[in-house]
Design a protein around this ligand. Structure first.
Ligand code: GDP
Ligand code: IMO
Ligand code: MG
Length: 428
């Protein structure tokens, strides 16, 4: 048993990370978000009530859990305050939320530039969530970003922000022909956020370190999925952070010597929202059936998700780059009504077999999925509560996933509620 567990999306996001964090958080002391920002949409369903989390960690629905927004997060104060107000009204535990003083701030010009850049890309647009994520991380790397600690010192913030707004307005107007931001109004808005934010701000890497040293149970909550990773995803159709275990180390401020469970949250099939390659995509009625049954529409943007069979090349790739120790196989109930179910174990292109996910979209183009077909179980899994309750064909499907991915499945999820979770072995 290890006291640090990383919960990582294996595919293109929306695998059910929020549900598993909430499930594991009942036994955890701390949940840490280390990357991404308001682009995330994590759903937790408790007794039929749905909560959508974007910036706030999904441990917030467990009383007593400390929830940390780490240094690697692209932090939007406006969205943060509206999210916690909504959570408070919904009865969540908003007392133990802390924000890193090192987190970079998403400003309105980041959102404006996100939209303008997407428009300028035309048919090559990425299909971003328009939450300003790419432009915020661009400023971080360019070394002209402003961080939470900068927001706390009003005078120096005013001076630095004035310079940033002028520079961004130049780009918005001269490069894109867009509408400039109202400098005075936006400055007052963010000065006010700085005052409101002060009680939440900490050096969160110290808090995480102290919790781990004291033997507390810490969950690292991934946003997005490994195939949206800047280095290992389907570049350029990716997000602008590292939703992988290495990214969590940097984004939470923990060292690689920390012993860690790494759980890959994995849909029993594949979805993707936004543009970019997806070899097992189904544009036929089978894809429509998965979308309908799985209610595959975005939590953040409401967009219909692209659906297809399980892609083992993707999950093997994710397992390797993250060092996954187990998988949580999610939304298995969505496959209840199929007579036959397919799992992709490799790609084929011009007679050549691809076992590893290639770097280049050009190399991937024209690749066809090679499938293993297994029998469906034609029964509802929603009432299954233990491993023994699962039909033999569902167990056979899980074994096929384990074999293709090379990682054991330790959690099986058969519905959106906490009760729909089958743990094969106590993970924590
Ligand atoms: P996240 O971004 O990884 O947290 O995932 P999302 O919340 O965006 O999308 C997952 C969706 O599937 C949510 O609507 C969940 O409530 C739902 N969900 C999670 N696990 C299951 C499951 O096992 N079965 C079904 N039917 N729905 C699930
Ligand atoms: P969760 O945490 C699914 C996708 C967008 C787009 C690409 C870049 O809920 O799994 P961005 O706004 O990050 O610059 O968009 O990444 N994307 C997600 N897809 N789930 C997410 O988060 C996503 N966050 C970003 O659709 O294709
Ligand atoms: Mg989501």
């Amino acid at each position: 048993m290890k006291n640090v567990t990383a919960v990582i999306g294996s595919q293109w996001g929306d695998e059910g990370k929020g549900k598993i964090i909430d499930y594991l958080a009942s036994k955890a002391d701390m949940v840490v978000r280390a990357q991404g920002g308001g682009n995330a949409g994590h759903t937790v369903v408790i007794e039929g009530k749905k909560y959508a989390l974007h910036l706030v960690p999904s441990g917030v629905l467990n009383a007593g859990t400390i929830n940390i927004i780490g240094n690697g997060v692209a932090f939007d104060p406006a969205d943060f305050f509206s999210e916690i107000e909504e959570l408070d009204a919904g009865g969540a535990n908003i007392d133990g939320i802390y924000v890193s003083d090192r987190a970079h701030i998403v400003f309105p010009y980041h959102k404006t530039l996100d939209a303008l850049a997407e428009k300028a890309r035309g048919s090559d647009s990425i299909g971003t969530t328009l939450k300003g994520i790419g432009p915020c991380y661009t400023d971080k790397v360019e070394r002209c970003g402003l961080r939470v600690c900068d927001l706390l010192d009003e005078d120096s913030f005013r001076a630095a922000f004035a310079q940033r707004v002028d520079a961004k307005n130049e780009i918005i107007v001269k490069l894109y022909g867009g509408t400039p931001l109202d400098k005075e109004a936006v400055t007052e808005e963010y000065v006010a956020y700085g005052k409101r934010l002060a009680p939440y701000v900490r050096d969160t890497s110290v808090m995480v370190h102290e919790a781990i040293s004291a033997g507390k149970t810490v969950l690292l909550e991934g946003a997005q999925g490994s195939m949206l990773d800047l280095d290992f995803g389907t570049y350029p159709f990716v997000t602008s952070s590292h939703p992988t275990s290495g990214g969590f180390a940097v984004g939470a401020g923990i060292g690689l010597s920390t012993a860690c469970e790494v759980i890959g949250i994995t849909k029993a099939y594949t979805t993707r929202v936004g543009a970019g390659p997806m070899v097992t995509e189904l544009t036929d009625e089978v894809g429509d059936m998965i979308r309908e049954k799985g209610r595959e529409f975005g939590t953040t943007t409401g967009r219909p998700r692209r659906c297809g069979w399980f892609d083992g090349v993707v999950v093997r790739h994710s397992a390797r780059i993250n060092g996954m120790t187990s998988l949580a196989l999610m939304l298995l109930d969505v496959l209840d009504d199929f007579d036959e179910i397919k799992l992709c174990h490799a790609y084929e292109k011009n007679g050549e077999i691809l076992e590893y996910f290639p770097a280049s979209a050009v190399a991937l183009k024209g690749s066809k999925p090679l499938y293993r077909t297994v029998k469906g179980w034609n029964a509802s899994l929603t009432e299954c509560r233990t491993w023994d309750d699962l039909p033999a064909n569902a167990k056979a499907y899980i074994s096929a996933v384990e074999e293709i991915a090379g990682v054991p499945v330790k959690i099986v999820s058969v519905g959106s509620g906490r009760e729909h979770t089958i743990a094969r072995e106590d993970i924590l």
